[in-house]
Ligand binder design. Structure first.
Ligand code: 7PM
Length: 292
């Protein structure tokens, strides 16, 4: 007997891969090509290892591979532009030529230019184009999408004593202003994504309020990106679990984000996150299927 699926539901196989739903939350896999990254101990500094890890992220279901060559953790030392380019460009080139959609996590205009020449298709700037006064022009000229992330203070000192009277309102207004500045620099509004910057100049309570109130940011009219993967907030809520023991908490945050309709989650553990999102979607789709 041939069982035809109900017209309201896509075939199960397509539902599982998400191909039937262009609106599903995308997964951005994190690829650190740094010697001092807190969560993988610089294990991917070696170029071929970095490339292999990037390919594995894509194979595990990452829609985007986010390549970063500069650690932006609290207290991190600065990386010279040329070193950052040397680290990431060959990795970007290899991943892009293999068909991966590559974004590059950098605050520097020359690194953006080099990464775009190597095949990157998107810029992810934790400074929201405030760090380098040439960066907005690079993004505008390239016509690529850009993630504008909120932060308070410099990476070196941002966790010393972050203060907000109203974290949701202040982050919202700051992002609104950065979107306006980006548009003024010639970046089309449909190329702009926003990110509340989990952990960037925020205390535990600030991060939790942002996570609970994420849906507010939809009224800025830009896709939302959220990255909470392996961050200190997870450790703070789980008996100070070390960075390599934060998968469960990272997934809890990813689900909280997707529940509020964010468009991209930025994570280290792509396979496990994709699985969690599929289970979440399966439950939601069942709930949306009319009962006969
Ligand atoms: C050390 C500390 C290394 C912190 C890396 C980090 C985000 C990002 C980062 C984010 C977007 C990390 C961070 N975080 N880009 N880049 N959103 N858009 O944990 O939350 O990966 S770097």
């Amino acid at each position: 007997m041939v069982v035809t699926p109900a017209p309201s539901a896509p075939p199960a196989s397509r539902r599982v891969t998400g191909l039937s739903d262009p609106g599903r939350c995308l997964v951005m896999g994190i690829l650190n090509v740094t010697p001092d990254s807190f969560s993988d101990g610089g294990a991917f500094l070696d170029r071929t290892e970095a490339i292999d890890h990037g390919l594995a992220l894509a194979a595990d279901g990452a829609d985007i591979v986010d390549v970063g060559g500069e650690s932006t953790r609290p207290g991190a030392t600065m990386v010279w532009e040329r070193d950052e380019i040397e680290r990431i460009a060959p990795v970007v080139r290899q991943l892009a030529s293999g068909g991966a959609a590559v974004s590059v996590d950098t605050r520097k205009a020359d690194v953006m230019t080099a990464a775009l020449a190597a095949g990157a298709r998107m810029i992810n700037d934790v400074s929201a184009l405030t760090y380098d006064d040439r960066s907005a022009d690079v993004v505008a000229a390239a016509g690529v999408p850009v993630v504008l992330m909120h932060h308070q203070g410099d990476p070196a000192t941002m966790q010393e004593d972050p203060h907000y009277d109203d974290v949701l309102g202040e982050v919202y207004i700051w992002l609104e202003e950065r979107v306006r500045a980006a548009e003024e620099a010639g970046i089309a509004r449909e190329k702009i994504l926003i990110d509340p910057g989990f952990g960037f100049g925020k205390k535990l309570a600030h991060n939790l309020e942002l996570m609970n109130g994420l849906a507010l940011f939809h009224s800025l009219g830009c896709p939302i990106v959220v990255g909470a993967s392996r961050k200190r907030t997870v450790g703070a809520l789980s008996g100070e679990a070390p960075a390599d023991k934060r998968l469960g908490g990272s997934i809890a945050f990813a689900l909280k984000a997707v529940e509020q309709g964010v468009q991209i989650v930025r994570v280290h553990d792509v396979f496990e996150t994709v699985q969690a999102l599929r289970v979440w979607r399966g439950m939601r789709d069942q709930g949306l299927t009319p009962r006969l």
